[in-house]
Design a protein. Structure first.
Length: 123
């Protein structure tokens, strides 16, 4: 995780990117829903959201029919940040794969395939 934070070059942590990805994938949700989905405390989510709001990556929307409900929504700038993060992640994957000899990589992929097949048949 430290390597990611150092090499990404933006003031967005991996945890914050996970939150942005959750909002991108599942759409608007409350802080409580996000905390449950990520299995982290409501206080931790609150702090993460505050940081993302300060960076204009996320906003809170008040529900029209019940003004007590506030939903988290990813901003355009948040979507752009995720896109850059995905490109960076792909670059890192390629760098890491270059470190592994082809034969070892083939063995690893075959092992993962077997593991996946086993899980599919037993779950």
């Amino acid at each position: 995780m430290r390597h990611w934070n150092k090499t990404f070059g933006e003031d967005v942590s991996l945890t914050q990117l996970i939150v942005l990805n959750e909002l991108q994938t599942f759409g608007r949700m409350t802080q409580n829903e996000l905390a449950e989905k990520m299995v982290i405390s409501k206080g931790a989510v609150s702090q993460i959201i505050k940081n993302l709001e300060n960076k204009a990556l996320v906003k809170r929307e008040v529900e029209e029919t019940d003004r007590r409900n506030r939903y988290l929504v990813i901003e355009e700038k948040g979507l752009e940040t995720i896109a850059r993060a995905e490109k960076h992640a792909e670059k890192l994957r390629e760098e890491y794969m270059d470190l592994i000899p082809d034969r070892e990589l083939e063995n690893y992929i075959e092992t993962q395939r077997k593991f996946t097949e086993y899980l599919k048949s037993h779950i």
